[in-house]
Design a protein around this ligand. Structure first.
Ligand code: HEM
Length: 215
């Protein structure tokens, strides 16, 4: 819990709002969220046409209706995901945001913050700074985004992009990589959305860009 006094809280309310997520971060973040959900739901329908494992996804949680319809959703959302992801990565590198917000990540920092999180001692007072677990998860999911797009291209164009398909160990192996990256992103999303709902001011900041009373 916060250890702020009533005076601290008043001062925080009076302090001018500070922008922690510029507009490009917010537009990219929410566009990405829509694109990822469309990709996953249509991808599950595509998977059902030729499952890799002994299960299929229930029709009620897929979109597209059948293989052809799902592929149309998958390719349409793929361009949105890829162009938006490229803009986010280029701006994240060019503006120094990735360096400032996501680095450094040290094993001791991750272990200490993980311990604090599991014992309920992790502070959420200042949402302008990511803790080490967040940093690790955000870097991880950005890399998973790159991996899922690259493995997706390798199974879409295995003839033209032979070198890429070979890099994944062949067409069949690339399908498992693609499925694994999807699973990692779904797991990330479950934890990420739960935490965003648990710390509503972080969600407000990702919508408005601003927080009140940050030092
Ligand atoms: C409806 C779904 C989502 C919600 C409600 C949500 C919420 C949030 C919030 C509140 C933050 C602010 C950071 C914080 O204080 O922790 C954030 C940041 C972030 N989210 Fe999400 N998110 C969603 C979907 C996604 C998806 C699908 C991805 C990627 C697969 C994603 C990746 C990220 C990343 C990388 C950041 C850090 C952005 C930066 O600071 O540059 N989010 N999200």
């Amino acid at each position: 819990m916060s250890s702020l006094t009533a005076d601290d809280r008043q001062a925080a309310t009076d302090a001018p709002a500070k922008t922690i997520h510029p507009v490009w971060v917010r537009v990219c973040h929410w566009t990405n969220a829509v694109a990822i959900v469309l990709m996953i739901l249509s991808g599950w329908e595509v998977y059902n046409a030729s499952p890799l494992f002994s299960f299929s996804f229930p029709k009620s949680i897929t979109i597209g209706g059948w293989l052809g319809g799902a592929l149309q959703w998958h390719f349409a959302a793929m361009w949105l995901l890829m162009v938006n992801g490229l803009v986010y990565i280029v701006l994240g590198l060019a503006t120094g945001r990735f360096r400032r917000k996501l680095l450094p990540v040290t094993p001791s920092g991750v272990i200490a913050d993980m311990r604090a999180a599991l014992t309920g001692r992790l502070s959420h007072d200042d949402v302008s700074k990511y803790n080490y677990v967040q940093k690790l998860l955000y870097i991880g999911v950005i890399l998973m985004g790159v991996l899922i797009v690259a493995s997706g291209f390798s199974i879409w164009k295995p003839v033209q992009l032979q070198w890429l398909t070979a890099l994944f160990g062949g067409y069949d192996a690339a399908r498992y990589v693609h499925f694994g990256a999807m699973s990692a992103i779904v797991l990330f999303m479950i934890v990420h959305v739960a935490l965003a709902l648990l710390v509503p001011k972080s969600l407000r900041a990702m919508l408005t860009g601003k927080i009140r009373g940050a030092s």
